[in-house]
Design a protein around this ligand. Structure first.
Ligand SMILES: [Zn+2]
Length: 365
């Protein structure tokens, strides 16, 4: 289900259009959903939650969903299935509910800012069952501000919940942390992302090659929002109603999958001249040398994992001919060789990123 936001008929970017609106939309965050389901059912809900995770895992989106669950008018009490249609759900989604207050601690770090909020804590909610304070980037608060907050967290009124979000959990004082239920929002697995991109493509009536979606998913590094933004670009980039691997590669400056395997085969068979020649070709085709090295490193990493556990579902992200060659490589190579190779690539990757003559550094590696 989607947030009911006014689009005025204008094109809405996919990341926005498919922003999660309810718990079942939170792909890959099953532990959080399980724990909250239990808490909501038993009525034992913490007074404060700490949502942590990297930049783009959807912490504030998740906080709003929890706020909806606490306050949806369609239910008698906290619900894991907020309706998304009542006034409460809609105004929370739009960030304008009178009892759901959002503050960005990155821009309001001082004790006065937090005091303004805490002064309101004593008052009962106007419309909602529960007054919710969503404080983003909470680690940015000053020491004084944290102390002010702590007093309230020690004896919170029953009608108030705090939802904190942070990218840097280590900067949050332990005294505050110990009074919160903590959820670590995780990067989403590649296959889950590409599956969902497939669903979005179907809804948008855009055709797609599964390999293209797998490549977008890998490039997104576990962020659904980034994956959707890239899918948006890929659709625009292609100009047709079809997302292909070739388009995604050219858009992201990535190497052709087949070329990657060519390169690794050359490398492991000591065919240095062929390798350099291929690198020239790929470079001319527009692939970025550093990205290329990063991709090769990833591939060696995957081969290593495959070597350790041949049942890992790694190969099904690749076209069948590529998968076959990778599986053969994994079978032929010693694990020590793979590990050394990965170390070398890692080192070269970091050097090349800093260097002026990126291609030269990668050549030398
Ligand atoms: Zn509702």
């Amino acid at each position: 289900m989607l947030d009911l936001e006014e689009t005025g008929g204008a094109y809405q970017v996919l990341a926005r259009k498919y922003r999660p609106a309810t718990f079942s939309d939170l792909i890959g965050q099953e532990p959080l959903v399980r724990t909250l389901t239990h808490a909501f059912q038993s009525g034992r809900i913490a007074h404060a939650f700490m949502l942590t995770g990297i930049r783009v895992v959807g912490k504030t989106t998740t906080a709003r969903i929890i706020a909806k669950g606490l306050n949806c008018f369609e239910a008698e009490g906290p619900t894991m299935e907020p309706c998304g249609r009542c006034n409460s759900c809609i105004s929370i989604a739009q960030g304008r509910h009178v009892d759901v207050l959002e503050m960005d601690a990155a821009s309001r770090t001082g004790i006065d800012d937090i005091r303004e909020i805490l002064d309101g804590v004593a008052y009962k909610p106007v419309e909602a069952r529960t007054k919710v304070y969503i404080i983003d980037e909470v680690h940015m608060l000053s020491k004084q501000a944290f102390n002010g907050l702590l007093k309230t967290l020690e004896e919170p009124p029953a009608h108030v919940k705090f939802l904190f979000a942070t990218t840097e959990i280590r900067k949050v004082p332990v005294t505050v942390l110990s009074r919160c239920q903590r959820f670590d929002l995780r990067r989403i697995d590649g296959p889950k992302i590409s599956d969902y991109l497939g669903v979005v493509c179907a809804k948008e009536e855009v055709g797609c090659e599964p390999q293209a979606l797998a490549r977008l998913a890998r490039a997104s590094e576990g962020s659904m929002r980034d994956a959707l933004s890239m899918l948006d670009q890929a659709i625009a980039h292609g100009g047709s109603n079809m997302v292909t691997s070739a388009q995604v590669e050219s858009m992201l400056g990535l190497m052709d999958e087949g070329h990657k395997v060519d390169m690794l085969e050359d490398l492991f068979h000591g065919r240095v001249a062929q390798m350099l020649h291929l690198h020239d070709q790929i470079h001319e085709a527009g692939a970025d040398p550093v990205t290329m090295l990063g991709e090769l490193g990833m591939l060696v990493h995957e081969l290593t994992r495959l070597k350790i556990d041949k049942d890992l579902p790694i190969l099904n992200q690749y076209a069948s001919d590529v998968a076959e060659r990778l599986s053969k490589l994994a079978g032929d190579l010693e694990i020590g060789v793979l590990v050394r190779c990965f170390d070398m690539m890692e080192k070269a990757f970091h050097e090349a990123r800093m260097a002026e003559q990126k291609k030269a550094v990668v050549d030398m590696a």
